[in-house]
Design a protein around this ligand. Structure first.
Ligand code: ADP
Ligand code: MG
Length: 572
């Protein structure tokens, strides 16, 4: 279809809005255009967090010379020709808004060549106005270069996070589309370094291996249509993709990728369906790695409800939920031949064996025997804890103790978190984090997104006791870890730190790092403790500044006073 300006009636039906709010949204729009143009190779190059330069090169169909300038007019599109086709959109773009919106806030140059043309057309625009037009040699395809984004919008520039954070958002966009289009060769270069390259083999697991690493890819299972229970496949949207074994769990939901007809979307409904499918297989607070594409008939889904097209509305939410949940569950059952949920859940209660190759030093008598903690900065105790007599442990998770005024139930994980968090905080203030060298350095693979965070966080991570150095493409050598984490799953803790935004989108990074380290080092629920270990834990809790809550603010204990006990038994 040639590019045409949409009629006002169609325009009024389009959920218009600001599509360009940060460099990653420019990359998203340009990559979507390249995919719509049928490209089999897309390379993305960025500099300075995407503000100095974004360049997307594709080998798609290109734009014929008379239409090049029209592509930059508002609501000019070749993908929709009126209200009817708005109902059944198959392309990623359809509003004809991206190019004019980008050109309005940056310097843009397009060089494009359609298949039957002898030479390409070049067009430059500055702040939305054409400054140069000519012809230029180019093979079939399109190159769009965007420079000095938001140069004339200081308010918007100020709103951006650090280049590292913007890079990580961009890496995420490219990674997601690489997962959605395994048959397309993607490459991403950040400040001159290639951080992602997919083979374009058409096999999703090849893309997963490039984005999440070989280890994750080895533990992913393809969703098989044929295994579906009777009838569902016929009446529900097609669900395809791969799901991770419960062992490749992560601490954030950002490893759940959803696509509707290969459009990358956010969806609470689909997140919920997947989490339901994993129910009982993951520890609380852990999330799976999945890549799922569903293909409802275009009229079964409305993609025209959000300016950035990242949210969709399904006509039959129930059918979608059930189809996804069943498909994922089925794949997981294939992974574990005789799943008995309770058993599996119990097995995952204990942390997986650490990845470290280093010899694990023999365990000391007590889990909690550590060097005495340095004094904390003066702080008024919220509640001081009386001396307690340990009575025992219930559900392998709670310590039962008696105090001068009744009964105490202590959550062993939350209590230990509180103790460790205060210790880490004190050690950090004194710059005395205890570090444990690994006998042999361990290689650690990261995703493109984590790569960006890690690069900007070496020093901070060193402050917390991680000694890390680059070791080739998206691989690092870990030489030392915080002593507290040494016998724990420090790799999981490190991944979690790299998944939280470096610019501090969620507040103070140091603070959340201390919390996360404490959480990963603390004794788990479900772990049986000896009497000595319980006594030591409670003794250390008594010495903390705020014994009654964990660093997340949840209670560490329940107290049933003797007065209340008497009342409960009707003695008052
Ligand atoms: P939309 O994608 O919603 O149609 P855009 O503003 O992103 O709107 O693009 C306008 C038009 O320019 C598209 O409809 C398409 O015809 C053309 N176009 C943009 N980018 C490319 C590209 N990389 N290859 C071929 N055509 C393109
Ligand atoms: Mg577009």
């Amino acid at each position: 279809m040639p590019i045409r300006v949409l009629d006002p009636k169609t325009v009024s039906r389009i959920a218009a809005g600001e599509v360009v709010d940060r460099p990653a949204s420019v990359v998203k729009e340009l990559v979507e255009n390249s995919l719509d143009a049928g490209a089999s190779q897309i390379s993305v190059e960025i500099r300075g967090g995407g503000v100095s330069l974004i360049r997307v090169v594709d080998n798609g169909v290109g734009i014929p010379p008379p239409e090049v300038q029209l592509a930059f007019a508002r609501h000019a599109t070749s993908k929709v020709d009126g209200l009817e086709s708005l109902e059944s959109i198959k392309s990623l773009g359809f509003r004809g808004e991206a190019l004019p919106s980008i050109a309005a806030v940056a310097q843009v140059e397009m060089v494009t060549c359609a298949a039957d043309q002898a030479a390409g057309t070049s067009l430059s625009l500055e702040d939305g106005v054409v400054t140069q037009k000519g012809s230029q040699g180019r093979s079939t395809g399109t190159t769009v270069t965007v420079r000095n984004l938001f140069r004339k919008l200081p308010a918007r520039l100020k709103f951006l996070k650090s280049p590292a954070t913007e890079n990580s958002h961009i890496a995420n966009v490219v990674s997601q589309y690489a997962l959605a289009f395994p048959e397309v060769k993607f490459s991403l270069s950040v400040d001159g370094r290639t951080t992602l390259r997919t083979p374009g083999s058409g096999h999703l697991l090849d893309s997963v291996a490039q984005v999440y690493g070989l280890e994750a890819a080895r533990n992913m299972l393809e969703i098989e249509r044929s295994e579906w229970e009777g009838g569902i496949a016929a009446s529900s949207p097609l669900v395809t993709g791969v799901v991770g074994a419960p062992t490749v769990n992560r601490s954030s939901r950002s490893y759940l990728s959803f696509f509707v007809n290969r459009r990358w979307i956010n969806s609470r409904l689909l997140t919920w369906a997947v989490e339901e499918a994993y129910h009982g297989l993951l520890m609380e607070g852990r999330h799976p790695v999945v890549v799922i594409n569903i293909s409802p008939a275009p009229e079964e889904v409305d993609i025209n409800i959000h300016p950035t097209k990242t949210e969709v509305k399904f006509r039959n939410e129930r059918a979608v939920f059930t189809a996804v949940q069943k498909a994922v569950r089925q794949a997981l059952i294939g992974l574990m031949p005789v799943p008995r949920i309770e058993e599996v859940a119990a097995a995952y209660q204990s942390p997986p064996a650490p990845l470290t190759l280093a010899a694990v030093p023999e365990r000391s008598g007590s889990l909690f025997r550590v060097s005495p903690s340095p004094p904390l900065p003066a702080q008024t105790p919220a509640v001081s804890l009386p001396v307690l007599r340990i009575l025992g442990q219930i559900l392998s998770s709670y310590i039962v103790a008696e105090g001068p005024d009744g009964l105490y139930l202590i959550d062993q994980h939350a209590a230990h978190e509180r103790i460790l968090w205060e210790r880490i905080t004190a050690q950090r203030i004194q710059q005395k984090i205890e570090v444990q060298g690994l006998l042999e350095p361990v290689t650690f693979e990261v995703t493109p997104r984590q790569d960006e965070v890690l690069k900007s966080r070496y020093e901070k991570l060193a402050e917390f006791g991680f000694s890390i150095e680059p070791f080739g493409h998206r691989t690092y050598l870990v030489r030392a870890v915080p002593t507290l984490l040494h016998n724990q799953d420090w790799a999981a803790a490190l991944r979690e730190l790299l998944d939280s935004p470096p610019g501090g989108d969620r507040g103070d990074w140091e603070e959340s790092t201390a919390i996360s380290l404490a959480c990963h080092s603390a004794v788990r629920a479900g772990q049986t403790l000896t009497d000595d270990e319980m006594r030591e834990l409670v003794r250390q809790l008594e010495q903390t500044a705020v014994p009654n809550t964990c660093p997340h603010g949840r209670p560490t204990m329940l107290h049933l006073g003797s007065g209340q006990l008497r009342k409960e038994f009707g003695r008052e």
